[in-house]
Design a protein around this ligand. Structure first.
Ligand code: ZN
Length: 344
């Protein structure tokens, strides 16, 4: 259990406009230029989150500039796939970049999150709680086309397990005390896969850090370009996911108008539950009173010491002008309920 009614984020935060522009022109920059750019971007994401008053912050995933600078650039055994087959029309998940698996999957340099965590530690004010986010093997495998000796997505995901497990251990060794292993692909596809198999894969991945760091997972229904990609129900994940080796499970509730909210009571009997209480897909800015009412509703299902609050997903697909007040109002709304309950 943690601080009652804790406020936190899912990893990502919108890029500043100049960073997004630079992402399309990375060839124009030298490596020192890019290092400086990443520091500046993380400093901005940190400032916005600290200003909002969150109990735990991330680096905003500002360094995951493109497919290659994110995890896939650290993986051996891949070849780029040609550009997506649909390039026009409304944005959708079929337009996300993919890589083909050709050889043995390996990450001899790790996946880069340790350097990201060190940067965040260097740039964040002292005393602020920091968290690192790492995509889980099943989620990572969704953008890899099976090939070579890996015949299907499960084989690719299983090959990624030791790579991610080592990454988590390296993060813990670097002093990271809070890690979110993101597995939204599991919540997206639990309706057609065996959820107990997901949990076994998850527990195998976190075996290196379970019980040593505060571990959470993020289970949403997709947010690429603000779009979902799944039947948005958590029913098929449970009770299997109660066996996941995590301290906190995050569920997307705001964009679903708090459907199945009773599930947080089920989760809270076994672990902390972080409730997505801010709709990252909507440009309606939740007021502090909206947030306070939602928190009170959650308290009818779970005790304060089991509850944390966050946006539904990372904020990378939400414009920064909206992300900033959404976070600030989330913190203020939770603060009002804390005051009502006499909590610190
Ligand atoms: Zn998400």
């Amino acid at each position: 259990m943690s601080t009652p009614l804790r406020t936190t984020v899912i990893g990502s935060y919108p890029f500043p406009a100049w960073l997004e522009f630079a992402t399309g022109h990375l060839d124009a920059f030298g490596s020192d230029d890019i290092a400086e750019m990443l520091d500046d971007a993380v400093a901005i994401a940190v400032k916005d989150q600290v200003d909002a008053g969150l109990d735990a912050i991330s680096d905003g995933e500002q360094t995951r500039l493109d497919f290659n600078l994110s995890f896939y650039g650290f993986l051996e055994g891949l070849a780029p796939e040609p550009p997506s087959r649909r390039r026009f029309g409304p944005p959708g998940h079929d337009q996300r970049g993919k890589h083909a698996v050709l050889g043995d999957l390996a990450a001899p340099r790790g996946l880069g999150t340790v350097a990201d965590f060190r940067r965040l530690t260097r740039l964040a004010p002292a005393g602020v709680r920091l968290k690192a986010s790492v995509p889980g093997p099943y989620t990572l495998s969704g953008r890899l086309v099976p090939g070579g000796r890996y015949r299907d997505r499960w084989a690719v995901a299983e090959a990624l397990v030791p790579i991610v497990r080592d990454e988590l251990a390296a993060l813990a060794a670097a002093g990271c005390e809070e890690i979110c292993l993101d597995e939204p692909s599991m919540s997206c596809y639990a309706h057609r896969e065996d959820p107990t198999r997901f949990v076994a894969l998850f527990n195998d991945t976190v075996a290196s850090v379970h019980g040593r760091v505060r571990l959470s997972t993020h289970l949403c229904f997709g947010n690429f370009k603000g779009r979902a990609v799944a039947p948005r129900s958590y029913a098929c994940l449970f009770p299997a996911f109660l066996e996941a080796h995590v301290d906190q499970l995050h569920v997307e509730m705001a964009s679903r108008e708090f459907a199945e909210l009773d599930i947080i009571g089920t989760i809270a009997r076994r672990m902390d539950v972080a409730v997505g209480i801010i709709d990252v897909k909507s440009y309606y800015i939740e007021t502090p009173e909206d947030v306070a009412a939602r928190v009170r509703r959650c308290l009818t299902f779970a005790p304060p010491e089991r509850l944390a609050f966050a946006p539904d997903c990372g904020l990378s697909q939400t414009a920064r002008w909206a992300a900033r007040p959404k976070l600030a109002n989330m913190v203020e709304g939770v603060r009002r309920v804390r005051a009502e309950l006499g909590l610190p």
